[in-house]
Write a protein that binds this ligand. Structure first.
Ligand SMILES: Cc1cc2nc3c(=O)[nH]c(=O)nc-3n(C[C@H](O)[C@H](O)[C@H](O)COP(=O)(O)O)c2cc1C
Length: 324
């Protein structure tokens, strides 16, 4: 089957599957194998810390694959963000994702340089703004997902179907997606690609400890630790405290504090092994996407299992029984 969507055509990729960005460890180690396997791999600029580090990592990715690779610029959290953006442009990166906060100026500059601009948001309201600002594609992360949360975030199903009615810009569905069914559902909801964060963390190439990957493969989405982090609202007192700090401390520091409050601190962190770095610890429980994970695969095996599973469903799965 040929998996042709507006996103595969726009970005020149084989499958409409995009790997999420990871602040602490989103390097070419995971991005290159995802791209080589036909998805869109993502190098997260903040994981490389410096523009020189990003340039070296893009070159490293290039030595592994000649397929398109994306660079993520997380606004407010990525150090030297303007220089990082320029490195992505100079190194011929064809598509850049911005996230976490408005990125109008970055988007404008990227488009002027002929680079496709994807912006990632957590709400339909912000997706509409991104469309107005000229984003070439928009990722909406539903509340099943992890990362930067929003207090008025809706579930993935509602976000994508609602946005598809209002937005013409190609949409990318994120939040809780990790297998063939979630992938097909994304396209059925009106998205042109599926975006997977937690699922690609559970692959052999992802540079995090094996123990954490195995945890993602074993844990149930109903685990209270995951549900608390992903689905429960932030403590109103903590949120109020952080909101009062807005404009009074550096913006990046404030965004960091806000993310922590939105994700709720997990009291069990101290029970996790020391070798897991702090960044991983911060987001340790994963998202509801763990529902579709049961084995640590290579990035290629994960992509192939999603594509083959989706083709099987289309050929003889639920849709076949509905036709009968
Ligand atoms: C450990 C971890 C770190 C992340 N860091 C970032 C980041 O720095 N910038 C960003 O835009 N999103 C970040 N995200 C969010 C993911 O890119 C993606 O939006 C999210 O994982 C999608 O939901 P899913 O996990 O259910 O697939 C992070 C997610 C995880 C799990």
């Amino acid at each position: 089957m040929e998996w042709k969507t507006k996103i595969t055509e726009m970005l020149g990729i084989k499958y409409p599957i995009i790997q999420g960005s990871y602040g602490g460890f989103g390097t070419s180690a995971i991005a290159a194998p995802v791209s080589e396997a036909g998805g869109l791999g993502m190098i997260t600029a903040s994981a490389l810390k410096t523009p020189e580090g990003l340039r070296d990592d893009i070159k490293k990715a290039r030595s592994f694959t000649d397929k398109p690779i994306c660079v993520n610029l997380t606004v407010g959290m990525c150090p030297h963000i303007d220089e990082m953006r320029e490195v992505a442009i100079e190194e011929g990166i064809p598509v850049v994702e911005t996230s976490a906060f408005q990125a109008t100026d970055h988007g404008k500059r990227l488009k002027e340089a002929g680079v496709k601009w994807i912006h990632k948001v957590a709400t339909v309201k912000h997706a509409i703004v991104a469309e107005r600002q000229g984003a070439d594609a928009i990722v909406i992360v539903g509340m099943e997902g992890i990362g930067f949360k929003s207090v008025d975030q809706l579930p993935t199903l509602t976000s994508i179907t609602w946005a598809a009615k209002q937005i013409k810009t190609p949409l990318i569905a994120a939040g809780g997606i990790s297998d063939a069914r979630g992938f097909l559902a994304s396209l059925a909801m009106g998205a042109e690609a599926a975006y997977l964060g937690t699922a690609f963390m559970c692959t052999k190439e992802c540079p995090i400890p094996d123990r954490h990957k195995q945890y993602l493969a074993d844990v149930a989405p109903s685990d209270p630790k995951i549900m608390k982090k992903v689905l429960s609202p932030p403590d109103p007192k903590d949120l109020e405290k952080v909101m009062k700090l807005k404009g009074k401390i550096p913006h990046s520091e404030w965004l960091m504090k806000l993310e922590r409050v939105l994700l709720k601190e997990d009291p069990d962190y101290h029970e996790l092994p020391e070798e897991i770095n702090e960044e991983v610890l911060m987001l340790a429980p994963g998202s509801l996407a763990v529902s579709g994970l049961d084995k640590v695969l290579t990035a290629k095996e994960l992509i192939d299992s999603i594509i083959h599973g989706a083709e099987e469903i289309l050929q003889k799965g639920v849709f076949a029984s509905i036709r009968a």
